[in-house]
Unconditional design. Structure first.
Length: 318
């Protein structure tokens, strides 16, 4: 069964070079509040918020974490009211979240949340936790981490004793970049031929859909999975994988329909239950429904890493 917990393709962002910001951080120390006149830089958009970050807030803590302030501004009145309900402040207009990101462990601590009303008046501050939680790939925090965390190859280059050969490095990069794409294309072509030769070969169509899935090509993946589902409509693995592709396209209702159908077929299918909760919470802004699904998940699994992640969702959003 393929992994479909949204720990894969999401909108990617180039990482900032952090040598200069880290030097500033070492000189200035940590700063648990944004500057008075912040130059917010766009980070991403969710179904509810436009999210920005404060580059000047990137600091290195004594524990080796990198701090960052994120600003969340609702996209419209409907989204604002939904956020106001979550935070219990009817005059809510926006909020800031202060994180400490552990780049090595891919975890983060939400230390502080500031809630703002009209004219940027602060309505209240909420203290966060102290223990890092796993960063969910594809989430807003994952995108923030990609902004602040230095890449391993950058660190390796700093440790090199000899100056690298730019032409040799460029050739190596081009070879590395092109080879996986060529291999993926060859695999897809082989599987397309195999599926065409066997229109009733379930595994051929499943494998073709998986190849498109791995190549981050949602539309042809969905089509291949559709053909596979005509051969086996109740295959929960295919339903989950196709649902993940629908979600990647932004077709959240179709994704949810797939996950709900898979769970109806198999009431012990943790994959589909987790995915349903995730889509309800982070794509459709239906936190009450997500809480119901997350609690249901914990009745089936309360001891795995995923269960601990689900428990952290419940604690944060209840």
């Amino acid at each position: 069964m393929k992994e479909t917990r949204f720990h894969r393709a999401m909108p990617s962002f180039n990482r900032y070079k952090l040598i200069y910001p880290i030097m500033l951080a070492l000189l200035a120390g940590t700063l648990p509040r944004p500057a008075a006149a912040v130059q917010w830089k766009p980070l991403t958009g969710t179904s509810r918020y436009n999210v920005a970050f404060d580059e000047e807030s990137i600091r290195l803590t004594p524990l080796g974490r990198l701090t960052i302030w994120l600003r969340f501004v609702p996209k419209g009145e409907t989204q604002r009211k939904a956020a106001a309900a979550v935070y219990g402040e009817k005059n809510y207009r926006s909020h800031l979240e202060y994180y400490e990101i552990d780049c090595n462990e891919q975890g983060a601590v939400l230390s502080l949340v500031n809630i703002f009303g009209p004219s940027r008046s602060r309505l209240k501050s909420l203290k966060g936790g102290t223990q890092p939680e796993a960063i969910i790939p594809g989430s807003v925090l994952d995108m923030a981490a990609k902004r602040v965390c230095p890449e391993l190859d950058e660190v390796a280059l700093e440790d090199e004793q000899e100056a690298p050969d730019p032409e040799a490095d460029q050739a190596a990069v081009e070879t590395f970049d092109k080879q996986p794409a060529a291999e993926a294309l060859q695999k897809i072509n082989e599987l397309r031929n195999k599926a065409a030769e066997g229109p009733n070969d379930l595994e051929a169509w499943r494998s073709l859909g998986n190849a498109y899935f791995d190549a981050d090509l949602p539309e042809p993946a969905i089509e291949a999975y559709n053909h596979a589902l005509t051969l086996k409509p109740n295959d929960t693995d295919i339903l989950n994988d196709q649902g993940a592709m629908y979600r990647q396209k932004g077709e959240f209702r179709k994704a949810l329909s797939n996950f709900e159908k898979a769970f109806k077929i198999d009431p012990n299918n943790l994959e589909s239950l987790y995915n349903s909760g995730y889509v309800n919470a982070f794509d459709l802004n239906d936190i009450p429904r997500a809480l119901v699904l997350w609690r249901q998940y914990l009745t089936l699994d309360n001891n795995s890493d995923t269960a601990r992640q689900v428990q952290s969702f419940i604690e944060r959003y209840k």
